[in-house]
Design a binder for this molecule. Structure first.
Ligand code: ATP
Ligand code: MG
Length: 503
């Protein structure tokens, strides 16, 4: 054979080897193909890739083609020819296997040669490529070693990719377990604050329904904690280890919501370059949370109804029917009954959703919870912003309890976060709270008022209190204060009090 054909054959081999190694993340299978290529083009009778295991420090066979003269059961560093190659990082050539006691002499009629080259990763030997060749007196072993070293370095590259992918996969897995744990803790009942009667009723409903597969409709004003309750249901259900997927029906334009929910097939529309899973499929085995369901358009309502009835759907542009096992939780702050009357919401869908309804009460109906929540948020945001704030001053507490919280828990949370941010001492004072909460009674932190100002502040405070008690009813407030409605009206105007605030 001429040197030229020999070189072409080597190049062909290297090309095949590189194709085998780059084509897959299954290293074992790729190595098998590499060894087969070596056998086919170079008459290698047996070949093996041995690797040093990172955890045990033992050398094991990763891939084997035929048999090799070296022992390929598990062995230690320094043991056998392969063990020595991996220990020293240097190739070993045994021209005549029959003369080497460390090798197994197979009962083959012909004499064999054995070559082992190290596989090196980050300048450290991590394995060896060993081959058996037919013994030839005039064989140029240096050339063979050089060639095998190139193959070994290609294997090393593939190994590097595989190990970093594996490390990344393990990292993600760990992170995932950690995050799941965190989520379970975050949505644990103990993190939902409130001991008032209405909230206790909510907890009871959540625990009644969590472990079933019943569809739940959560209703309540904006910022009352509907999403929190949806999470609590999922994380206290048998589906807790499966995904919780949220779709905000109001955030997506009508044209996108269907592909978001049901996914699409490749070519379903311009730009659909590959099949995409919808949220229903992503939630398989778990819970799908449809937030702001009252904003869903009518044509999507029809499709949703079908999924609720038949537990199946088709992806956009597809004929295949997809079956799903998904628990549905929906939430809305809209008056669905009115939406039905106005033709904006389908009645049949409403009945399918309204199997088990949970009403999350507005904050003004659970006054006892307001301070608990305020303390909870103070602790949370003081920690988050690294502040050493210990308490809320009495006047500030009065302001917080007097306010009617139209934005509910979310507004309270924002208010406390802001206070924690601007507070430089150990206590939240009235002036740390937003202007909407400022009343004369509460600005007790403002000292040195003139007598007139102090009296006016006291007067305003009395009126606010009375209006609070009577929910903004002026006649009853006047009676409570022992004055006339006309005088009260005048004072209300003077102090720019908005009576509607107390309704
Ligand atoms: N009982 C509670 N205990 C602790 N935090 C709460 C409670 N209720 C609500 N929150 C907090 O208040 C904020 C608003 O709650 P959430 O987003 O669940 O309200 P929502 O009802 O979904 O509001 P919207 O209708 O505006 O979407 C969140 O940060 C939530 O963690
Ligand atoms: Mg919400």
């Amino acid at each position: 054979m001429s040197e030229q054909t020999g070189d072409i054959r080597k190049l062909t081999t290297l090309l095949e080897v590189s194709q085998s190694l780059s084509g897959t993340l299954n290293l074992k299978a790729a190595l098998h193909r590499v060894l087969e290529t070596l056998e086919r083009h170079h008459g290698m009778i047996g070949s093996a890739v041995m690797l040093l295991s990172e955890d045990t420090g033992e050398i094991h066979t990763e891939a084997l083609n035929g048999l090799t003269s070296d022992n390929h059961s598990v062995h230690q560093m320094g043991e056998g020819i392969t063990g020595r190659v991996i220990e020293s990082g240097k190739p070993i050539v045994i021209p005549q296997v029959s003369r080497e006691p460390a090798l197994i002499r197979r009962r083959s009629r012909e004499e064999l040669s054995f070559i082992s080259v190290p596989i090196t990763l980050n300048r450290k030997p991590v394995g060896a490529l060993g081959v058996d060749l037919r013994f030839k007196k005039d064989r140029d072993y240096d050339r063979s070693v050089k060639f095998l070293k190139v193959v070994a370095s290609m294997i090393a590259q593939a190994l590097k990719v595989q190990r970093s992918v594996e490390a990344e996969r393990r990292r993600l897995l760990d992170e995932n377990i950690h995050l799941q744990q965190e989520l379970r803790e975050r949505y644990d009942f103990s993190n939902i604050i409130g001991t008032s009667g209405p909230m206790r009723q909510v907890y009871e409903q959540v625990s009644q329904v969590a472990r079933t597969n019943t569809t739940v409709l959560i209703r309540g004003e904006s910022g009352t904690g509907k999403e929190l309750i949806a999470h609590a249901i999922h994380y206290n259900s048998l589906r807790a280890r499966k995904p919780f997927i949220k779709v905000s029906c109001a955030a997506l334009p009508d044209t996108l919501i269907e592909s978001e929910l049901f996914g699409y097939e490749k070519g379903a529309f311009t730009g659909a370059q590959a099949r995409k899973k919808g949220r229903f499929e992503m939630a398989e085995g778990g819970t799908l949370f449809l937030d702001e369901i009252g904003d869903l358009n009518l044509s999507t309502q029809v499709k949703l109804l079908r999924v609720l009835q038949e537990r199946e759907f088709e992806r956009l542009g597809g004929a295949e029917t997809v079956k799903v096992n998904v628990r549905l939780i929906a939430a809305t702050n809209k008056d669905l009954e009115q939406a039905i009357a106005e033709g904006g919401f389908r009645e049949d869908l409403y009945y399918r959703l309204n199997v088990f309804a949970i009403f999350v009460p507005p904050l003004r109906e659970r006054k006892p919870d307001v301070l608990l929540l305020a303390d909870h948020f103070l602790e949370k945001y003081a920690r988050e912003h690294g502040k050493n704030i210990k308490r809320i001053s009495t006047p500030a507490i009065d302001m917080i309890t007097a306010y009617h919280w139209p934005g509910n828990v979310r507004e309270l949370e924002n208010c406390i976060e802001r206070a924690a941010l601007v507070c430089e001492g150990h206590a939240i004072h009235g002036h740390h709270l937003p202007p909407t909460l400022q009343t004369a009674s509460a600005s007790g932190t403002v000292t040195r008022l003139s007598m007139t100002a102090a009296i006016e502040a006291y007067e305003k405070d009395l009126i606010l209190d009375a209006l609070k008690t009577t929910r903004g009813n002026r006649a009853r407030a006047a009676a409570l204060l022992g004055t006339t409605e006309r005088i009260l009206g005048y004072k209300v105007k003077k102090y720019a009090i908005d009576c509607n605030r107390f309704r």
